[in-house]
Write a protein that binds this ligand. Structure first.
Ligand code: ATP
Ligand code: MG
Length: 683
């Protein structure tokens, strides 16, 4: 921000130059003695002034970009008020023009035009009140002004028949069309879509075409339109910028300490994004222009984590948490797909933000300077758009993990991926093969917990790139009356239907990976997948090893995939046996997977099967049932007290007792068990 503030005089100068140029140009056009305008006269002074205005406008737009978000900017453009004035001016223009033309020549077209003018004025007033937050905006009401432009255009048709005026008519035609499109995109902005650049483009176009042909009564109308556009466009600022971030005390301490030492310091990335989304940030990353050594010396009284120092990060331990403070940096590609090839420390936060992956992650905030958002991340957040910072193709090539991160952010925050970004994502997806598997799996794990079936279907190429074995399931017709979906669509629904637990979601993702390889059809054409759980289990083993999944998780997933076809019977005796073999937790997980599997067939089949089993499992738990040898009322010592020597036969006897207890042929009491043990050894 300090940096941006330094540019204020420059921005102000070009702002004033632009405004002056516009005023001069418009005054000359309006007050000029030649009522026919310069298209006919082609007066060199008019052309020169026009070009000057166009050039200063471009300069203005560029400098405003750097200037935006600074306190001075907000001071000069009190957004809501200016925008509202712009709308009221437009309302006046539309109203008067409509009425004046109707009065001057009361034919049917002009009368209709007057009515349209009144309607347009109404909707402009309404939108002005919206800008002042007196009312909430409505997309359709904005669009209601468009018919007015059509009438306005039609009412000028007489230029068309007049040979020397044809050019003027063409310009008016283009000017009005551009104005209509501008209004449409203005409405989009109100509706929360990010359309600022396109709005700006048509805005400039309408100024150009209408500006060069203002004549007669139209001058007043177009002047009003131009004023509206200027005031509205320049005062457009992301709403959220006004809300200061609420930061934890320790984070504030870090920021203050850095600032007291003469450095700039911001919180950045995920925490700003989460705050703007109304979510509670789960960690705070800080960035500063202080070098790692300077950070270390400022926080020398604290314990420091210096493992990331080479990449500019110092961890400052405060209480039970570590706050990572990173020097502003740019970075090279990730040739080893783990660490950037190089990092360069830089002096401005803007340069640091430019290296970040997505606009919504490239916003910085400090209590003293407010938001720094050169990539309009706040607009994207408000519009629900995920957009790469800069050229998406280049950014994904630098670090293909950003593709998967993109999918995760889109899915987690329900964002639409901007078209270019999505195209680049899908085009570059094969580059993900070069990534360190741990990085991929860590992102995949976060993604799986958030993903819906539609998300998985939309981003299928990303998923099959990570698990190529799934590619064969995509579009694989099951030829079964029990399955409406192809295998991958069924998988996608199963993942989404499974509870948000990593073993379950991962198992759901690969549970039917063995189906294509085991597919057969009987004489009636019905598809079967005999043994697919076993085949899938073997494939899962390879997949999980490749993804470098931890041992515990691997075992759980393999169990679930391998057993997902095992029929869990609603019988306590059988369930007890399952529990004693695999543990209650695993049986419950298997039940969840089977339930998700069943619910994802896409047919209307229903069953009480799962709720029955769940009820029985609860009963078993309540009865404190005997689920393992440990739960028996006797142990090995009790048996040895019968005079038996230690050895494997003790364990064998306990297992037999357990089997009988589970079969409910023996009560789990010490007396009965001892009696049964005696019998066992006697027999
Ligand atoms: P979350 O912590 O909720 O997963 P996050 O946005 O904080 O989301 P982190 O992985 O913690 O994600 O990264 C912190 C910030 O660092 C990001 O917001 C982003 O600005 C930047 N960043 C992280 N990884 C990359 C990357 N691969 N390429 C570019 N920028 C990245
Ligand atoms: Mg984070």
């Amino acid at each position: 921000m300090k940096n941006a503030e330094k540019q204020t005089p420059l921005s102000l100068a070009s702002l004033l130059a632009g405004a002056l140029g516009c005023i001069l140009y418009l005054s000359l056009r309006l007050l000029g003695t030649d009522s026919r305008g310069f298209i006919q006269t082609g007066h060199p002074v008019a052309i020169l002034l026009f070009l000057l205005t166009a050039a200063t406008l471009v300069g203005l737009a560029i400098s405003l970009r750097q200037f935006k978000g600074t306190p001075s900017y907000n001071h000069i453009f009190p957004a809501d008020l200016l925008g509202a004035i712009g709308h009221f001016v437009a309302a006046g223009g539309a109203l008067l023009t409509g009425i004046l033309t109707a009065v001057s020549q009361a034919d049917i077209i002009n009368i209709l035009g007057a009515i349209a003018g009144i309607l347009a004025a109404g909707s402009f007033v309404y939108m002005g009140l919206c800008r002042m937050e007196k009312l909430s905006p409505n997309f359709n009401l904005y669009i209601a002004v468009v018919p007015f432009f059509i009438f306005n255009l039609v009412s000028q048709y007489r230029f068309w028949s007049n040979e020397p005026e044809i050019l003027r008519y063409v310009f008016l035609l283009l000017g009005n069309i551009f104005l209509m499109i501008t209004v449409y995109y203005r409405a989009c902005l109100f509706a929360g879509r990010n359309a600022r650049s396109i709005y700006a483009f048509f805005h400039c176009g309408s100024i150009f075409f209408c500006g060069v042909c203002t004549v007669g009564a139209n001058r007043f109308f177009y002047l009003c339109m131009l004023l509206w556009l200027f005031l509205d466009w320049f005062s457009l600022s992301p709403k959220k910028a006004a809300i200061p971030m609420v930061l934890p005390r320790k984070v504030l301490t870090c920021l203050n300490k850095l600032e007291e030492n003469g450095f700039s310091a911001y919180v950045v990335g995920g925490c700003v994004r989460d705050f703007l989304l109304g979510l509670r940030p789960h960690d705070y990353d800080l960035c500063t222009d202080a070098t790692p050594e300077q950070i270390a010396s400022i926080f020398s009284k604290h314990n420091l984590v210096r493992s990331g120092e080479k990449h500019g990060t110092i961890g400052v331990v405060m209480g039970s948490r570590v706050y990572e403070i990173t020097t502003f940096r740019t970075e090279g590609g990730y040739a080893d797909s783990r660490h950037p090839d190089w990092v360069n420390f830089v002096s401005t936060v803007e340069e640091d933000l430019a290296r970040r992956d997505f606009t919504v992650n490239a916003i910085a905030y400090s209590p003293s300077c407010g938001y720094v958002d050169p990539w309009d991340g706040q607009v994207d957040l408000a519009s629900g758009i995920l957009r790469a910072v800069g050229d998406p193709t280049v950014r994904f090539r630098e670090d293909p993990l950003r593709i998967l991160r993109g999918v995760r952010f889109a899915v987690t925050y329900n964002l639409d991926v901007e078209k270019r970004t999505e195209k680049a994502m899908l085009e570059q997806v094969s580059l993900m093969d070069t990534l360190a598997r741990e990085r991929v799996f860590s992102e995949l794990s976060k993604l799986l917990l958030e993903v819906s079936a539609q998300d998985l279907l939309r981003f299928t190429p990303v998923i099959t790139q990570i698990i190529p074995e799934l590619a064969a399931t995509v579009g694989f017709d099951q030829h079964s009356p029990h399955h409406r979906y192809d295998v991958f669509t069924h998988i996608a629904h199963t993942v989404a239907a499974a509870p948000k637990s990593l073993p379950l979601r991962l198992a759901a993702l690969i549970h039917d990976v063995g189906k294509p390889a085991t597919f057969t059809q009987d004489e009636s054409g019905t598809g079967h997948f005999y043994g697919h759980a076993k085949v899938g289990g073997a494939m899962a083993e390879e997949i999980l090893a490749r993804l470098k999944v931890s041992n515990t998780l691997r075992k759980q997933v393999l169990f679930l995939v391998g057993n997902h076809m095992v029929a869990l019977m609603p019988e306590k005796r059988v369930l007890r046996r399952h529990i004693s073999r695999c543990g209650e937790h695993m049986i419950l997980m298997l039940l969840c997977l089977q339930e998700a599997d069943f619910a994802s067939k896409g047919t209307n089949e229903t069953t009480n099967h799962f709720s029955e089993i769940r009820a029985l499992l609860a009963e078993i738990r309540e009865e404190d049932a005997c689920l393992s040898v440990k739960d028996l009322a006797v142990d090995g010592h009790d048996l040895m007290d019968l005079g038996l020597a230690p050895g494997p036969h003790i364990g064998q006897c306990l297992n037999e007792l357990l089997r009988q207890v589970q079969n409910e042929t023996l009560a789990n009491t010490k007396e009965d068990l001892i009696a049964a043990a005696k019998e066992y050894f006697a027999g």
